[in-house]
Design a protein around this ligand. Structure first.
Ligand code: 13P
Ligand code: SF4
Length: 324
């Protein structure tokens, strides 16, 4: 991307990170903008953000703020959720093509037909889904609050859970509830191989393996602790262990290292040839694109009013049913 600053367009390629940081900072004040970033984004995006969090923390931050503009450095469903909660605010994304393949693996018509097979069931869907899927759901959840929400469903009610089969399976095992699972998965977490992780455990015998519930059962079975991105971060702070093997997207290691500079964090291997499993879509958020989207006030995330109202109920229910 090369064009002239003086004409109002940007040249992210020729600006240093320091220049981009100060331009983003200035624009943020002028626009009364709030920059939200997920823990899986690049370190420089996390540095530029006002709030860095997991999906639940970011949904909460998007719900309660006084900003006029929300800039969401994450993936599409996150910015879309922010827009559903804030119809009158301008919601921007550095790269609107940063989608979530897990969310995309659940097409609306197929999910509607799936749901109709169990008309009496409560439909709980992971926030990693489109607005259309949220509109077909009773309650949205994240990996931080899924167990808490499932435990509030009366024992005699069937539960449909989608789209992540690994998170659904984990919650079913933890709560003892039978759940009807949509068979989607996150390519980043599903890719961790049990044998490569066990090799890493042998190589670092003092390290604790901690894992995100989007990982497969055969990986979770070996973990000393399983939890959402935020819970994994909190665990590394409170645990007396000095080293950890991290079976989630390695972007979180930036914050883990910041909070515990003396501890060692080893990304879990995807397989013997790949030392880490990375979410390409989260990394599409670059500092140059962040600056450009704020300067140009686009791409703007839009959700039609009818769909917004239909999806809002399941998101609101999640926020009401979450632990405080
Ligand atoms: P959490 O942020 O809830 O841990 O979810 C992880 C994830 O894959 C986000 O896309
Ligand atoms: Fe989607 Fe997985 Fe990337 Fe999260 S880490 S945005 S679930 S592909």
């Amino acid at each position: 991307m090369t064009s002239d600053i003086s004409t109002g367009s940007v040249i992210p390629g020729v600006l240093s990170n320091d220049e981009l940081f100060s331009k983003v900072h200035r624009l943020k004040k002028e626009m009364n903008a709030l920059i939200l970033a997920h823990y899986y984004t690049l370190p420089e995006i996390q540095q530029a953000a006002d709030i860095v969090g997991d999906s639940l923390a970011l949904a909460r931050a998007a719900e309660k703020n006084d900003a006029e503009v929300i800039v969401f450095a994450g993936v599409y469903f996150m910015a879309e959720t922010a827009k559903i909660l804030n119809p009158s605010k301008l919601v921007l994304m550095p790269d609107e093509y940063a989608g979530c393949p897990l969310a995309d693996s659940c097409p609306t018509d197929d999910f509607r037909a799936f749901r109709e097979r169990w008309p009496e069931a409560v439909v709980i869907t992971y926030i990693n889904s489109s607005a259309e899927i949220k509109a077909l759901s009773d309650i949205t959840c994240t990996s931080s609050n899924a167990e808490h929400i499932v435990r509030q469903i009366p024992a005699d009610r069937q539960i449909i859970f989608g789209p992540d089969r690994n998170l659904g399976g984990y919650i079913a095992r933890k709560t003892g509830r039978e759940m009807i699972l949509w068979q989607g998965y996150c390519y980043v977490h599903d890719a961790f191989s049990e044998s490569a992780i066990l090799d890493a455990c042998r190589q670092y015998p003092d390290a604790e393996l901690i894992a995100h519930p989007e990982c497969r059962e055969e990986v979770l079975r070996h973990a000393a602790f399983t939890g959402s991105t935020q819970k994994l971060l909190d665990y590394t702070v409170s645990s007396p262990s000095r080293s950890f093997i991290i079976a989630t997207e390695p972007g979180i290691i930036y914050e883990m290292q910041k909070r515990s500079p003396d501890k060692k964090f080893i990304p879990a291997p995807k397989d013997p040839d790949n030392p880490r499993s990375v979410c390409k879509q989260m990394k599409q958020n670059t500092l140059g694109k962040l600056y450009q989207c704020m300067l140009e006030r686009k791409p703007e995330i839009l959700v039609g009013e009818k769909l917004r109202n239909e999806a809002l109920g399941s998101i609101r229910r999640m926020l009401e049913m979450s632990p405080s």
